[in-house]
Design a protein around this ligand. Sequence first.
Ligand SMILES: [Zn+2]
Length: 240
Amino acid sequence: MTKKVKAIVIKSNDIKEKDKNVLLFSIEEGKIWATLKGVRGDKAKMKYAKEPFCFGDFVIEEGKGSNIITSVDIIETFDKLSKDIDKYFEASALLEIVNSLNVANEKYELFVSLIKALKSIAFESTSKYLPLLKFMLDVFSAYGVPLYTPKCACCGNEYHDHVFINYNVGELVCQACKSFQTEELSAAQLKVIKLLSENTYDALKTIKIPQETAFLTLKVLAANFYSRFEKNLKFIGIFN
Ligand SMILES: [Zn+2]
């Protein structure tokens, strides 16, 4: 059976001499593995389709226990990312997140966010880490555990001067509601989380956040990600 999916390459592994197994994240079916035959040479017709970030319409032939990619219409390779190491690391962090999640019903929402975040990193002059932070907030929302609430998620009162993240439930709470597994956020961190939760990817270029604040917020969101999904994000080039 032949099927067509709109998908982005998350990663690929070598198999046999010239073949590659590719992990696709598709809008129709979530994550699927498929094989690209004879693509390891420079002259291979579909060589771009094995590269992470390659976004396109993939035609897949379903056989007994195997999926073979027979053609690809490339929409965007995002090859611009490879020319800026910081952008490359930030964009790779997005793929690491998708790779570590079980994608089921959230696939459409997540796919749209991923493409918007990648476009923002590759083509817009946004402050460092803002698209990645926004994508992480989108992930929490897509999985039914949105992080940001304008008032304490526990009692409904204003945060007043202090706001805490409760890693146990993945919510923001006031001083009166803080318990074990909570960490205080700075006013600057709360502002980042609020701004990114309330704005679209298009608006990111108008938001200026100090890199240090963005980095510390990234650490908090990665800790919350671990509590929600039990997956440790490495974020190569960012955390180490
Ligand atoms: Zn409270």
